[in-house]
Design a protein around this ligand. Sequence first.
Ligand SMILES: NC(=O)c1ccc[n+]([C@@H]2O[C@H](COP(=O)([O-])OP(=O)(O)OC[C@H]3O[C@@H](n4cnc5c(N)ncnc54)[C@H](O)[C@@H]3O)[C@@H](O)[C@H]2O)c1
Length: 449
Amino acid sequence: MGHLYSRRDFLGLGAAAAGASLAAPGVFLDPLPLAAMPQGTAASDRVRFGMVGVGMQGNGLLARAIQLPGVECAAACDLYDGRHALAQEIVNSTLPVTRHYKDLLDNKEIDCIIAAVPDHWHKQVVVDAVSAGKDIYCEKPMSHTPADGLEMVAAEKKSERIVQIGSQRVSSALLTKARELVRDGAVGDLMMVEAVLGRNDPNGAWEYPPPPDLSPQNLDWDTWQGNVPKRAFDPNLFARWRCWKEYGTGVAGDLLVHLISGMLYVLSISEPPRRAMAAGGILRWNDGRNMPDVHNTIFEYGKIPVVMRLNLGTEIPESYRFMGSKGLLDISSEQLILTPQSGKDEAPSWYANSFPRPLREAYAKNWHEQHDPALGHEPIRQASIFRSVDYNEVKPHLWNFFQAVKTRQPVVENAVFGHNAALACHMANESYFRHSAVYWDEHSKMIKS
Ligand SMILES: NC(=O)c1ccc[n+]([C@@H]2O[C@H](COP(=O)([O-])OP(=O)(O)OC[C@H]3O[C@@H](n4cnc5c(N)ncnc54)[C@H](O)[C@@H]3O)[C@@H](O)[C@H]2O)c1
């Protein structure tokens, strides 16, 4: 935890606070939406969803969604039959299953869709769902390209359906607390934001084991490939699609998008960065992928520099640091620590060491007379710790979506928000591939160098 504190914190007043942060119990935040959940639900009040994509993320979303009161799964869709069996294991053995998501969109019993398909399929599923009158929770990153994002925003607007993108931390109690702290001025004027995330194992680098029985007989390989130029059946493409830009969006779309979405939420903004400049490479996992495994980007959000460092070659605990004129807000997945700073001199200036002795001593005496606290009134500065459930928990985010389906109230992470967060990722990728800084040109709606 040492890196959370500067040397001065440990030497000066901050030491008490730093010690306290290790010992103090802190405040535990309830994930409010869950606590507020009603216990029995009338049949008329039920929300019935259709599940599209029951893979690594979809199976967890499905299992958690059906634990929510008043929420039922009506049918599931996947292109791989093994995942029909999986959906039936999760829900029940009579759950209707199909390879065609349009069956779910045509089904009048279904109120909304949860989609966890690879990135290159997001746009089509979202546009088709809202055009068919269904609300949709679609996984992050919302778009595979900026053009996809624009089409999705337009479809949301035209259809007046609820679209919620799946960066679940936007619904976490922890980040809601961080948002309140920033809004109330706890860090003062924001100066910089930093975030880091690293992994160091083949799974973390997406070298997933394909299902052992996968074949063109139990998988609709042709449809899976979507509009991407067709390739021969390859189980590795199916399981490890994140490694290739044709299907995935790289570490940017896989991981950075969570960091960006969380930051936008904490800062109460929904906008693309003004500029992005990235550096990285395929430094560790030279397995045929075409997306970098190390990807660092400097963004500008308004006037604020934001530095995000992603590394699939070294494990690094995920953390955010919001830096302001009144202190630091450090956020990790289950905890946030606010460490205030006075922003004032706490000792005579070291510049005065360059004065000859009489001037130096007079300056120091005068400084202490003017600044030293009265005895017994030494300042105490408090660091605050807040803890909650892991901000990667999806239930509060699912709950917010199902609530919106019922109440028709807007969600935070709508298509505009999802588009803006994804744009940051596309800009990080474009900057990496073009070897130059890029910006989002609002006029032409394109990323330019
Ligand atoms: N929010 C998170 O924390 C989180 C975590 C992991 C993945 N994700 C996102 O979830 C999405 C899915 O990722 P995954 O790891 O589960 O992928 P996956 O490959 O494990 O699963 C995707 C499933 O979708 C199915 N599919 C593909 N195209 C389809 C179509 N047109 N119709 C029906 N089914 C189709 C595939 O057959 C597959 O079973 C991605 O966008 C990813 O970024 C989000």
